[in-house]
Design a protein around this ligand. Structure first.
Ligand SMILES: Cc1ncc(COP(=O)(O)O)c(C=O)c1O
Length: 445
């Protein structure tokens, strides 16, 4: 880290601490009963303590100290609807007034959401859960049941939630040639994570090498079609098509983990955007407009393995009536085909604006934008995989993140490996204000 970056990070952190004294008080209280004061470790990446949120509306969020932020974090990329979209609030209130949260039986309109999803993703059947981690766990389990094989291929730096099969090589140390296979967390049994083999994103040779050796025992290849847990790394031309071909050739299922791209990248997600249809898709985050609902989607012959005495998929809160109501409104009324172009245009405008600022200031930085998501990689000019991503100057990114927060903008998810999201409630004025503010930050004003 350069001295100038160090100085600016220090200065902005001090300013942040002056503005967030109530968050500090809450942090001190919360840390007594909640490990590190948060319920998801990533929330504690903001240091020396996280912010605690009082409320949010539209594209704005207010913290415990009453600081207002223009929000591009949007619940870790969940809220392409924006916070509390009026249609969503109305529908959920009506559902509560009518009566009914969860029954231990199916809500009457559950299949309507399933049909909407199968239409969008050109697959046949859906099962709902609450979180992305559950969705990827089930997708892999179903793939194992279908193929009768045990091993899984994932990609270095990709994240698929915290289940024991897939929380592997998420932030691995770098082995010089091949990716290293490492569990990301204490407490993961070897029997689970050792079945997961790791290839390099955007590198079909590394996939084929594994398949040549272990092909007979590979149940599935799981991939984030756009790698969005190391910024925003699009697939190179031919990569997803190549995975489709290789998985067919070796009899493994191809799973697109679309928990981030899902209904944000396009109406039919990455599947539509890149015109490659996998065997299964996992969805989460955006599909519920902020309510916890996830889905495993797949071809009929695969999904029909779910049933008594076969794949026993179950969950108390699966498809509860509140989440189904939220998903129905989100998918049928808010994230309709007509909203994608305008949200994408705003994201492109933001990305272009950042690029111009860097060019004028003579700062090296890669701005990567796909659909409504983007990330700034300071200090590098290209990124195609985890190894490139690690070269970004994350301290510089953090100094900008604090500086933007001190000026009322959460410019990306508050961790240097994530991205901004544009919601249907962001406006052209928001983009202009963000770029003006960023210009000041870069100039050190
Ligand atoms: C691609 C991907 N898959 C799975 C997950 C896990 O989802 P959840 O946090 O809902 O368990 C995430 C979370 O960020 C994700 O980005």
């Amino acid at each position: 880290m350069s001295l100038a970056t160090k100085r600016s990070l220090y200065k902005e952190k001090l300013a942040f601490m002056k503005r967030t004294t109530k968050s500090l008080e809450i942090f001190e209280k919360a840390s007594k009963s909640i490990p590190i004061g948060v319920n998801s470790n990533i929330r504690a990446r903001l240091s020396p303590y996280p912010i605690y949120v009082d409320r949010a509306l539209g594209n704005r969020l207010w913290d415990a100290d009453g600081n207002e932020y223009l929000d591009y974090q949007l619940g870790f990329g969940v809220l392409m609807t924006g916070h509390n979209h009026p249609n969503l609030v109305k529908a959920v209130k009506e559902r509560l007034d009518k009566g009914g949260i969860t029954y231990g039986a199916e809500p009457i309109d559950c299949y309507e959401v399933a049909e909407e999803i199968t239409r969008r993703f050109k697959l046949d059947m859906v099962r709902f859960q609450c979180t992305g981690t559950e969705a990827t766990l089930w997708a892999v389990r179903i793939a194992r049941a279908y193929t009768g094989r045990e091993k899984v291929i994932k990609f270095e730096g990709c994240y698929h939630g915290t289940n024991d099969y897939l929380f592997v090589s998420y932030y691995p140390p770098l082995a010089p040639t091949k990716p290293m296979r490492v569990p990301h967390c204490l407490g993961m049994p070897e029997g689970a994570w050792k079945k997961t083999l790791v290839a390099r994103f955007n590198d079909l040779n590394s996939v084929e090498e594994i398949l040549r050796k272990d092909g007979d025992d590979i149940a599935c290849i799981i991939v984030e079609p756009v790698a969005m847990n190391m910024g925003v790394i699009p697939p190179e031309k031919g990569f997803l098509e190549g995975l489709r071909k290789l998985s067919n050739e070796y009899g493994a299922l191809l799973i697109f983990d679309e928990i981030k791209t899902g209904v944000k990248l396009a109406y039919g997600g990455a599947t539509e955007y890149f015109n490659v249809t996998p065997d299964m898709v996992t969805l989460g985050k955006a599909i519920g407009g902020g309510f916890p609902i996830s889905a495993v989607v797949g071809k009929r012959e695969i999904m029909e393995l779910i049933g008594p005495g076969k794949v026993v998929h179950a969950g108390t809160f699966n498809a509860n009536h509140i989440c189904i109501t939220a998903a129905k409104v989100t998918l049928k009324e808010i994230l309709t085909p007509s909203v994608y172009q305008s949200a994408r245009s705003l994201s492109e405008e933001l990305a272009k604006g950042y690029e111009e600022i860097f060019e004028d200031a003579g700062i090296e930085a890669k701005v990567s934008n796909v659909g409504v998501n983007g990330h700034i990689y300071p200090g590098i000019s290209k990124v195609k995989d985890y190894r490139d991503y690690l070269k970004q100057d994350s301290e510089m990114w953090w100094s900008w993140a604090y500086a933007m927060m001190n000026r009322g903008i959460i410019f990306e998810v508050l961790t240097a490996d994530d991205q901004w999201t544009i919601s249907v409630q962001h406006t052209k004025e928001d983009i202009e204000r963000t770029l003006e503010t960023f210009k000041e930050v870069v100039r050190g004003e």
